[in-house]
Every structure is written in C-alpha cells, then in structure tokens.
Unconditional design. Structure first.
Length: 95
C-alpha cells in the first residue's frame, strides 16, 4: 500500500531551498519515492499559518518513508534544511 508524505515548508532562503529540493529528490527516488504535488499557492483550512510550499511525496509504504527519512544520505540534507526553513510533515497510507 502506498504511503504519502505530506510536507509544509516555509524557507527563509529561496536559493538554499532550490538546492535542498534538487539534492533531496535524488535521495527520495533511491528509496522508491516520487513527487506527486508541489504548490506555492496552497491554502490552509485549519491552521495558524499558510506554508510557502506544500509538497506531497509518494513512497511504496510507510517503511520506505522511514528508511528515507532516517537514511545517512538524507541526514545532512535534513540538517541543512533546519538552517534556513521551518517545516512539518505527516505520513499517511493510501486508501
């Protein structure tokens, strides 16, 4: 069953964000993931703030998401993102 990683991110540096995204997508694909959606004009129904970017990544299953997120390849990218952006994510199974 596919799992979706739903991400909201607000970068403080657009150039660093572009660098992060291009490098991260390579790692995402190594773990069976692929981008499904990316929107800079998303709207929020129930939250305090609208993120600058909404992203949905599809993975084969929740374990693949965890394998990606906890991987040695992604760890330095995650730490890099923490220096220039705020983000949140949740993972859900497909129906």
């Amino acid at each position: 069953m596919s799992a979706y990683m739903v991400i909201s991110v607000t970068p403080r540096d657009d150039e660093k964000m572009r660098d992060y995204e291009s490098r991260t997508l390579e790692v995402v694909s190594r773990y069976g993931g692929k981008p499904v959606a990316r929107d800079t004009e998303c709207f929020v129904l129930e939250a305090d703030e609208r993120p600058a970017i909404g992203v949905i990544l599809e993975f084969p299953d929740k374990q693949a998401v965890l394998n990606f997120y906890d991987s040695e390849e992604y760890k330095p990218l995650r730490e890099f993102r923490h220096t220039f952006a705020t983000a949140s994510a949740l993972v859900v199974d497909s129906v």
